[in-house]
Design a protein around this ligand. Sequence first.
Ligand code: 9WN
Length: 444
Amino acid sequence: MQDQLYQLQEQARNILSGNWTGKFTMPAANLYPHQWSWDSAFIAMGYAHYHQERAQQELRSLFAAQWRNGMVPHIVFNPESDRPYFPGPDIWQIHRSPGAPAGVVSSGIAQPPVHASAVLHIYRHARDREQAYAFLQEMFPRLLAWHTYLYNERDPFDEGLVYIRHPWESGQDNSPIWDAALANIHPDIRQLPPIRRVDLNAVSASERPADHDYQRYIYLVQLFATHRYQEEEIFQASPFLIQDVLFNTLLCQANFDLAEIAQILGHSPEPFRKWGVKTRDAINQKLWNEKDKFYYDYDLRAQSQIPAKVCAGFSPLLAKIPNRQQATQLYHHLANTCFCRLDESCYAVPSYDKCSPDYSPTRYWRGPVWINMNWLICQGLMNYGYQQYARRVFRTIVELPRLQGFYEYYDSDTGKGYGAKDFSWTAALLLDALNRKSLQKWIN
Ligand code: 9WN
């Protein structure tokens, strides 16, 4: 077994080396040939266990594209890449914004703020302590600017909850959470740029978002460019403004981690703790549904919660957001046949409620198991002492890549891998899981 695990880790490291460009790591060479924001944070957490320099470089490259208003863009385009990706810089047109970064080309939206957590993780695992301390000093003002942007520009009612203005900002692109909001958008197809689904050259259409989703994704991008990426104008004009459970949970945890970074550097941790607590309380107040005993996103346009049971609804366990009673109620949803009972042979955790009529075992964020979500949920379950289920989720992080290869996502019933092959965060988070002291008891 030890030999097998050694080989598996070797494979994971090889995948990361294969996707490494010299400056950052592509999520997957054939489908995602540029740099993605939350991918880089997860990837850096894997590198942290064996290549401190590269872990630091990964985030340094990303933050080199930080916007003047503090936003960390979801894609940083690699000018040296000749691999196709849509939508490219010509669609984003970030030069229209006075806040766009100089000398780099990026998208004009964000992704979940996992970065402070990744920076602290790198520091904790660093062998070269001096270099790690210098890295904290370097990153602290950037992380501060990033979180400040989110609270200043994305929380117009000062609720402690930030909104996303595009499905891609959540990282869960075609999740059923967005269906109703997207159905209210009726783009005039003739006004849209040609939609070049180059993703379908790499992956079957049945595993990817549908064309009508893409039309709406591009409609929103065009809207942002027309408004020169001015947040106040977008807030007035955008039909899509959603307070997302996962995004806000990760922000909450990132604030607590930023507080710890501040303390290490001799700054006051208080402002960051306050942000964390404010967001935690707001998630419980506005995103918890007392009838269904579940966390739901909130649609600011429709002024209502979005009752889609997705696995991101379990993510607040990660940041210790639920109280004991709420945690028990969440656990009842998880250890249930609509997700995966402990005595069932399925792979936990499907990304969407299996009892839902529109559950799909293979279509992206509408059912398959994602390793990054499992990694978050596993830690969340440990926070509340659900050891048996946490162990099961941990084993999935290891078993699915071992049996099937390092895929982007997996069918919860058969375990078959789908989407991109040699996917970086699947490799990086497997490395992290196998090297975490708290999880090592489950190896063997
Ligand atoms: C759009 C890179 C990214 C991930 C997202 C995932 C997918 C992009 C796409 O790939 O989204 O950002 O083109 O489908 O949904 O979470 O960051 O791995």
